[in-house]
Design a protein around this ligand. Sequence first.
Ligand SMILES: C[S@@+](CC[C@H](N)C(=O)[O-])C[C@H]1O[C@@H](n2cnc3c(N)ncnc32)[C@H](O)[C@@H]1O
Length: 284
Amino acid sequence: MNLENDEATRAWNTVLFDKFVRFQYLLTTGLARHSELMLARRPPPPGARVLDIGCGFGDTTQLLAQAVGRGGEAVGVDVAQNFVDAASREAEKAGASRARFFRADVQVDDLRGPYAAAYARFGTMFFASPVAALRNVKRALVPGGNLAIVVWRKREDNAWLYAAEQRVRALLPEIPASDEPTCGPGPFSMSGADLLSDQLLAAGFHEIAFERHDVEICIGRSLEEAIDFSMALGPAGELIRLAGAVGLEQASSISAALRDALAIYEGPKGVFAPSSTWLISARS
Ligand SMILES: C[S@@+](CC[C@H](N)C(=O)[O-])C[C@H]1O[C@@H](n2cnc3c(N)ncnc32)[C@H](O)[C@@H]1O
């Protein structure tokens, strides 16, 4: 048995799952702006069997299932059983009969290929060994099968996350050691095109292409919600969680600092912040 992702699995299946449920609306509608480009640029072949890596609530899996159409199938995998159960429930509710889900650690488990194509929206940045995980994905693809993944670009171009992280770091300069599980390498671990393209090559992919995508996303329907979202998730939320009691003690100062950092994005329709991702495609 491979234990490398055990800690991250625990985090995703418990505390992070609960937080994702709380902010499901923002995560699925806001983040969808980035997967829209992925599906437009790399639509799945009609009638194909395709994989969605780290599927979360499975909303991308459902879109893939719709796109493959009759005779096709979209399979969502996630390391956290709670996400797999939630994704299965959501798909059933939506009548997405061509979407299926099962629990798998993408780094080590049998992904039940072959697939004509594999996709991921923010689902590949948390593996302890990214090359091993990408190699396992390649193994599940047919020869020549396409990989299309969306990952965050650098922090500075995702200022809503980075400014929040900096404000929290200033207020929590020393975070005591904690037994809380962490999420793995983290949301920006694949932001460097040089490193990621080397990892893809090492995993056996070729024809690697990066497209930068800059778009405003909704980070809160109100400023209050944007502050709550930042205090719960992303690098700022993780710092607060790992700080435990110290984080709680500072909650009102942190909330005030985040209000100051995020107010510039507030508009009549909610809080919309610039964000930037890579859409990477590669061939197996
Ligand atoms: C940031 S979420 C993205 C979820 C979804 N793709 C979305 O865009 O809403 C990352 C997802 O990757 C999953 N994940 C993390 N490590 C994984 C692994 N080793 N194997 C499979 N899934 C993993 C997490 O459980 C989580 O659902």
